[in-house]
Design a protein around this ligand. Structure first.
Ligand SMILES: Cc1ncc(C[n+]2csc(CCOP(=O)(O)OP(=O)(O)O)c2C)c(N)n1
Ligand code: SF4
Ligand SMILES: [Mg+2]
Length: 324
């Protein structure tokens, strides 16, 4: 038997020129993703990354798997279509906070309702990086990063709250400068059976001079040992923290626990898994219950043309099915 191929994170790197600004948090997300793919030993041709439009969306060019750079706000429909056409594919979504919480917010909500088995990483930098720093939907009311002429006039949306409210079955938050922890979250998100959402705090040093690496790293107060206290902390370090739904009856309490924890911001910002429900059927399982042949013959495995390339699809059969 051939020895198992060892894939290191570097094996998932492309030689495409990277034009992110120095110090951008996107570098940490890229690294964590490559480490997660390597940990999971995922074959290049079994992974498809989908992105919207934004600085974050360029990530798909820097990873040597399939990469599909789609349209602003439309990453969910593209990725959902691909996953349902080929349920064996490992599908990962990448997008900015403008992409997912603004123009793509409707798709985001419906991704939660469906529970398709895929993993979404939100690059949360509180600005529209690619278009020069306008306020994104996650920027807090009244904040004025250097890219804005006036303080932000809108309230912020909380991605963790929105994901829980939409029905997402794995909801977590990572930080782009804690690469190992983020890698672990991505591994768990990919392994989760169902829709996994990870809000990743990602400093944009070029336009957001408020939510910086320094800001996430510490507040102006010291602990009893005289050390500066970090602003970000890990939920799993709380004694007895358990975000997992073990029985259906636990669901509302676990969701409320997640919502309460996600209220924390400013002085203390929690990272880690807020909520995980492994008990709900995925969309693919629901589909299989209606179409028993779905797993063996999903659309990607169906023959649609003969050797000469002539379509073999029987339109009448399709129309008959639609008429049911
Ligand atoms: C339909 C559409 N509307 C607007 C744009 C312009 N546009 C490109 S990227 C972007 C915002 C990017 O911000 P975000 O999604 O937060 O990603 P980031 O650059 O911060 O990673 C906008 C508004 C577009 N490309 N397509
Ligand atoms: S503009 Fe901001 S988000 Fe975009 S590459 Fe530069 S630092 Fe990163
Ligand atoms: Mg952004």
């Amino acid at each position: 038997m051939a020895p198992e191929q060892i894939l290191t994170p570097a094996d998932y790197q492309t030689d495409v020129h990277n034009d992110w600004c120095p110090g951008c948090g996107d570098f940490g997300i890229l690294k964590a993703l490559q480490m997660a793919l390597s940990d999971l030993k995922l074959a290049h041709d079994n992974v498809a990354l989908f992105s919207g439009i934004g600085c974050s969306a360029k990530t798909v060019h820097y990873v040597s798997t399939y990469g599909i750079h789609t349209l602003h706000g439309r990453v969910v429909p593209f990725a959902t279509g691909a996953k349902l056409a080929n349920p064996d594919l490992e599908v990962i979504l990448l997008g900015g906070d403008g992409d997912g919480m603004g123009i793509g917010a409707g798709h985001f909500v419906n991704a939660g309702r469906r529970n398709v088995d895929m993993c979404y990483l939100l690059h949360d930098n509180q600005v529209y990086g690619l278009t020069k720093g306008q306020a994104s939907p996650t920027l807090r009311l009244g904040l004025k990063p250097k890219s804005l002429p006036q303080p932000n006039i809108n309230e912020a949306v909380n991605p963790i709250w929105l994901a829980i409210a939409s029905g997402a079955t794995f909801v977590a938050r990572g930080y782009s400068f804690d690469i190992r922890h983020l890698k672990d979250l991505i591994v768990k998100g990919i392994r989760h059976k169902g829709y996994a959402f990870i809000d990743v705090l990602q400093p944009c040093p070029t336009y957001n001079n408020l939510n910086t690496k320094d800001w996430y790293g510490g507040v102006d107060r010291t602990g009893s040992d005289g050390k500066k206290l970090p602003r970000v902390y890990k939920l799993e370090e709380i004694d007895g923290w358990d975000p997992v739904v073990h029985t259906p009856e636990e669901t509302p309490e676990k969701q409320l626990q997640a919502l309460r924890s996600a209220l924390e911001w400013d002085d203390r910002i929690p990272l880690g898994i807020f909520y995980q429900n492994p008990l709900l059927p995925t969309y693919e399982e629901r589909l299989e219950a209606r179409i028993p042949s779905y797993r063996e013959a999903p659309p990607a495995k169906q023959v649609i043309a003969d050797a000469e390339g002539r379509p073999t699809a029987r339109l009448q059969k399709f129309l008959d099915e639609l008429a049911v």
